[in-house]
Write a protein that binds this ligand. Structure first.
Ligand code: 4AD
Ligand code: MG
Length: 481
């Protein structure tokens, strides 16, 4: 039984020429003259097109007119070694069928340079461009590599819920999930919306993180990870924020902060190595595109070539620095003294902005940085409190061009300390009783982190806007498609 139709990738890699093959795909370009036409055909399996050679006398002229950019066609013909430069194989067409036309007057993706902004408006068709083909093949490869890594390292994939009644990060930036009538919701004695009458009998929202449930799993299965969409209703219109993004969250029993940092560094390096080993064609394409853009920049503003940058991260150990040291570096920086930061660093306790993170990584240490020991006030309630009473065992991994790519911590395993902290920040211990049970029964040191999948993809693909590494971006005022 033949289970697979051949793809362009198969044909280009195939050693056996002079055999009859069939292929289906979308026309990228067509050129030629009255005698012979050359069609560049792509089916999404690779960045590379296969060339179809069409002797015009063998095919009706009317049909060949319909072979335009974007049209879907079927070709049967002889696979031969190509005489022309730039490709290894080509197909001499014997049969050609137009499966679906694409009217050149109306089809938006024409063979010319389109801006990424324009392509975002036609995101349903942008998969058909080289650039988005490359990005989404790499996205797939990275998702696969994530599962591979954890499976190879004894982690279990735990599916945490998307609908929850908690707000893990405590930032209050959640999307409400309700079936109540917005025009006429039931009210309680106080005149407030009575969520007891809502679908779940309580107020619920889309999850901002699978961590809390992940911890429950880790405190029995040992090592787990979640990998799913998370939702944040923060009104951040930046190139690094989405309202719906995918997060990878490993959680490990008996791991302290040091173990957590080691895992994060090893994991990121594995993923980057995987991309270099499995996605080179796409990376080369993206790199060439970036080089073209860099030409327009001043020499000192140019960034490292993409593949060189990926190799650079692989071969350098991440700098591990405390928040306190980082704030000193920032305070003493020329940037800060000359008022070049949008948010001046005024002293210990300030939350770091992405401009500060990038300064530390790109200008000061010139490599990825792991910052630890943040003030407890600027971090979530569940983080392990350090003996100094001021800081927590948090770790953020900072990358060039991205800033924060990972946020994580050792968790507070001491029941009393955790309850006190929850009370301090106003989190109901009653509704979180299930979570506190892990600290009541068989509590132990444990740690975990969250990697933003799209932030990883920004780094690996070199794309500049997070909207361009997720198929259908959700951002404030935008839920198209
Ligand atoms: O630092 P965050 O908020 O950490 C957590 O949610 C923890 N519960 C994770 C854990 O310890 N299990 O988010 C983790 C990462 C960030 O470092 C960033 O890469 C990404 O998620 N991220 C976003 N990515 C895109 N759009 C947003 N709005 C993001 N917010 C966070
Ligand atoms: Mg964070």
């Amino acid at each position: 039984m033949k289970t697979q139709k051949a793809t362009v990738k198969d044909l280009l890699q195939s050693g056996d020429c002079n055999q009859e093959v069939e292929i289906r795909g979308w026309v990228r370009t067509k050129r030629g003259n009255k005698q012979v036409n050359f069609i560049a055909l792509n089916d999404g399996s690779t960045i590379n097109n296969i060339q179809i050679v069409v002797e015009m006398t063998n095919f009706p002229e009317e049909m060949m007119k319909k072979v335009t950019t974007g049209a879907a066609i079927y070709v049967k013909g002889l696979l031969v070694e190509s005489a022309g430069s730039g490709q290894s194989h080509e197909i001499q067409a014997k049969e050609l069928v137009v499966l679906g036309e694409a009217d050149p007057e109306k089809y938006p993706i024409q063979p010319k340079k389109h801006s990424l902004e324009f392509l975002r408006d036609v995101a349903h068709l942008r998969f058909r461009t080289n650039i988005f083909g490359a990005v989404f093949r790499i996205r797939h490869a990275m998702a696969f590599a994530i599962h591979q890594y954890f499976n190879d390292h004894g982690f279990y994939y735990l599916h945490t819920p998307l609908i929850t009644a908690s707000d893990c990060e405590g930032a209050g930036e959640t999307f409400r999930v309700t079936t109540l009538d917005p025009k006429n919701p039931p009210l309680d004695e106080k005149g407030e919306v009575d969520f007891k009458q809502d679908f779940f009998g309580k107020a619920t929202n889309l999850t901002v993180s699978g961590q809390l449930e992940g911890e429950l799993g880790a405190m029995a299965l040992g090592k787990i990870y979640t990998f799913g969409p998370t939702f944040r209703a923060e009104n951040s219109n930046t190139t690094r924020h989405l309202s719906e993004f995918w997060m990878i969250e490993p959680e490990m029993a008996f791991y302290d902060l040091e173990d957590n940092m080691d895992l994060a560094e090893d994991f990121l390096k594995y993923l980057i190595r995987y991309a270099l080993e499995h996605c080179m064609d796409d990376l080369k394409f993206l790199s060439a595109r970036l080089q073209e853009e860099e030409k327009n920049k001043k020499a000192e503003d140019r960034s490292m070539e993409l593949i060189e940058k990926l190799n650079f991260v692989l071969t350098h150990s991440f700098e591990r620095v405390s928040y306190t040291e980082a704030v000193e570096i920032l305070m003493n920086s020329k940037q800060n003294k000359n008022g070049k930061f949008q948010y001046p660093v005024s002293g210990w306790g300030v939350d770091l902005q992405s401009e500060h993170e990038r300064y530390l990584v790109e200008k000061h240490f010139k490599k990825p940085v792991i910052l630890t020991g943040y003030p407890k006030e600027i971090k979530a309630f569940y983080m392990k409190q350090n003996p100094d009473g001021k800081t927590v065992a948090a770790m953020d991994v900072l990358f060039p061009q991205i800033g924060e790519i990972i946020g994580g911590s050792q968790r507070e395993e001491n029941y009393d300390k955790l309850v006190n902290r929850m009370k301090e920040v106003g989190i109901s211990t009653e509704s979180m009783s299930y979570y506190l049970d892990t600290r009541r029964f068989g509590s132990a040191v444990h740690s975990g982190f969250g990697l933003g999948f799209e932030r990883l993809l920004l780094f690996v693909t070199g794309m500049g806007n997070i909207r361009d590494v997720i198929p259908f971006p959700r951002t404030p005022k935008n839920a198209e498609f």
